[in-house]
Design a protein around this ligand. Structure first.
Ligand code: NAG
Length: 302
């Protein structure tokens, strides 16, 4: 009985310890449910320190939990079809950050890319988050707050669950190179045509003058909660307090064959094992927590 109480106390203190840690920083759990490898990239906003990692690989089914400091702001996206050439230069067909390495190290995504944007502990102590297609789209992604303060903010899942690479309008579509071409990304109208009307620039730089276009409406009808053009704030920005965030690539699994892996179209997909030490499955996390508890338990008993 005493042993059981000791065990329970240990478990409880362990949870309390982890809870207290959570007060100071949010956890971003990044999950790859795509059938292909995704290389997340992370960029902090100007004036905000870069996270301990700014780029890594996630194999299908893998996840990675990152601790994010209070008041962090920045963006996160998924790079696809990445490879390393014979000189060791790392590059991706979509979402490339131009760093030539696995880590983005202060560089952002080349459009088109689906972006998750965060401002943690912003105005009123709220976290602001959104998924943006303003710079185009390259893969399905959702952001789901977890454990936020109840009743504070419109703290719900946002993003784009739909695979738009196949049915992207022809003049926005980005095709893969080589044989057996397929859509790998979908440009914004601003990027495709550079028109101030689509870019909300020049004479169109205010919410009153920049209106949705048939192109932005294509994105909005497919992904109603995502930003489809620069002034889409009302329906696309969400708020939450003291939450953790689950960021999922291909939340419904993936329907298209973005990578027909091993068909030689792209050089061997890079499996950077250097990044593997901070890639952990939730199963392993539970195992480690349990093992720690059991170890502490035996220390008390013996
Ligand atoms: C969520 O709340 C924010 C802040 O109150 C507001 O600006 C935004 O329009 C709301 N978004 C939705 C989709 O209701």
């Amino acid at each position: 009985m005493a042993a059981f109480v000791g065990f329970a106390t240990t478990l409880l203190s362990l949870f309390l310890f982890q809870f207290l840690l959570g007060v100071h920083s949010a956890t971003f759990t990044i999950v790859n449910q795509c059938s292909y490898t995704v290389w997340p990239g992370i960029l902090s906003s100007a004036g905000t320190a870069q996270l301990s990692t700014t780029g890594f690989a996630l194999q299908p089914g893998e996840s990675n939990a990152l601790s994010v400091p209070t008041a962090w702001s920045g963006r996160l996206w998924g790079r696809t079809l990445c490879s390393q050439d014979s000189t060791g230069k790392f590059a991706c067909v979509t979402g490339d950050c131009g760093s030539s390495t696995l880590e983005c190290a202060g560089s952002g995504a080349a459009p088109p890319a689906t972006l998750a944007e965060f401002t943690l502990n912003g105005a009123g102590g709220l976290d602001f988050y959104d998924v943006s297609l303003v710079d185009g789209y390259n893969l399905p992604m959702t952001v789901e707050p977890q454990g936020g303060t109840p009743g504070v903010g419109n703290c719900t899942v946002t993003g784009c669950r739909v695979d738009l690479n196949g049915n992207c309008p022809t003049d926005l579509k980005v095709m893969s190179a080589g044989d057996g071409q397929e859509g790998v990304a979908c440009k914004s109208a601003c990027e495709a045509f550079g028109d101030p009307q689509y870019c909300c620039s020049g004479a169109y730089a205010t919410p009153d003058t920049c209106k949705p276009s048939t192109y932005s409406q294509f994105f909005k009808s497919a992904c109603p909660r995502a930003y489809s053009y620069a002034y889409d704030d009302g329906t696309s920005t969400f708020t939450c307090a003291s939450a953790d965030y689950l960021i999922t690539f291909c939340p419904t699994g993936s329907s298209t064959s973005l990578i027909k892996s091993g068909n030689g179209k792209y050089p061997v997909a890079v499996d950077i094992t250097g990044a593997a030490d901070h890639v952990i499955s939730s199963g392993k996390l539970i195992m480690v927590t349990l093992l720690m508890a059991v170890w502490r338990f035996w220390q008390q008993v013996l």
